[in-house]
Design a protein around this ligand. Structure first.
Ligand code: GUN
Length: 297
């Protein structure tokens, strides 16, 4: 079997088109321009790339992008004061603090200072609790993007066995909650799981989010299963130079799986598209307007 390739790049473009249509409606019918504030502390090159990309795409869908770049030596009190200011600003519907923060800043404290209604990352403890109890929340962008692609591919996920490999707060845990919410039977596996290959072989859906290049191999995949690869790892090529690979070994998994997301061009593009979708959701909720369909769970 050769797996169907789930095209995250094309899917993300359709999400952005829907977002752009909602932005137009919000502007024309309600005089509201959705605004997304992104806070970047320090000079981390990868974070700078992400933030630039977020800002560009925010503007492309017609929203207002507000960027707040601060030096690495900002104090916690100064950063919390900035967040307070954004919480109180009616032009700001979504706030994202780019992670990781420098070591002297307490990320949990900073994230939990964001107004949960503006927490477009879905990392605030209130949103984590709401998601875990099946209530309306802001949903973390990467797992939301994975769920959208899975629903699109499978229709109903009810009763399917899902194995999430990875237990991070950003991906693994919220992914498991979303799959449970769609009535999957969910296992969270990780690097210490006993006989990980046997656990993964039970899965109709495998979400690889463990942060190890090409760890999940075709031999672990049940024939016909769907593989969603969240990993983005840069590795050295034998002939020199580097290339991007996921947490699944694409070549071997694609021979066994029924469907697979590639790296690059799978989950990656969906993350920013879902950030924009979350900003629309937050903006509609803040203004007591009906939430757009298909942009959140
Ligand atoms: N750093 C890497 N991924 C993310 C993300 O999804 N959100 C934030 N805020 N920071 C990140």
């Amino acid at each position: 079997m050769t797996a169907k390739v789930i095209d995250g790049k094309a899917f993300a473009a359709t999400v952005r088109e829907k977002v752009a249509a909602h932005v137009t409606r919000l502007k024309e019918e309600h005089g509201i321009t959705p605004g997304l504030a992104v806070v970047l502390v320090g000079e981390d090159p990868a974070s700078q790339v992400y933030v630039r990309s977020k800002g560009k795409q925010t503007v492309e869908v017609g929203m207002e992008s507000l960027e707040f770049k601060r030096d690495t030596d900002i104090t916690e009190a100064e950063l919390l004061a900035l967040i307070d200011q954004l919480n109180d600003d009616p032009k700001v519907h979504g706030i994202l603090v780019q992670l990781p923060l420098p070591a002297h800043l307490d990320s949990d404290l900073v994230i939990n200072a964001i107004d949960p209604a503006k927490d477009v990352d879905g990392f605030h403890i209130s949103n984590v609790g709401l998601l875990g109890t099946g209530q309306k929340s802001m949903v973390p962008c990467t797992p939301l993007g994975c769920l959208m692609m899975l629903r699109d591919h499978h229709g109903s996920l009810s009763g399917l066995n899902a194995v999430v490999v990875g237990r991070s707060n950003i991906v693994g845990k919220p992914m498991a909650q979303l799959l449970l919410g769609d009535s999957c039977t969910v296992t969270i596996a990780h690097s210490r799981t006993k006989d990980l290959p046997a656990v993964v072989r039970q899965a109709d859906i495998v979400v690889a989010a463990v942060g190890r290049p090409e760890m999940v191999i075709g031999d672990w995949i049940k024939p016909g299963a769907t593989v969603v690869d969240v990993g983005i790892n840069r590795i050295e090529k034998p002939e020199g130079g580097t290339r991007l690979v996921g947490d699944a070994d694409y070549a071997s998994c694609a021979q066994v799986a029924g469907a697979i997301t590639p790296v690059p061009g799978g989950v990656g593009p969906m993350t920013i598209a879902c950030l924009l979708a979350n900003t629309i959701t937050a903006c509609c909720r803040a203004n007591n307007l009906p939430e757009p369909e298909g942009l959140t769970v």
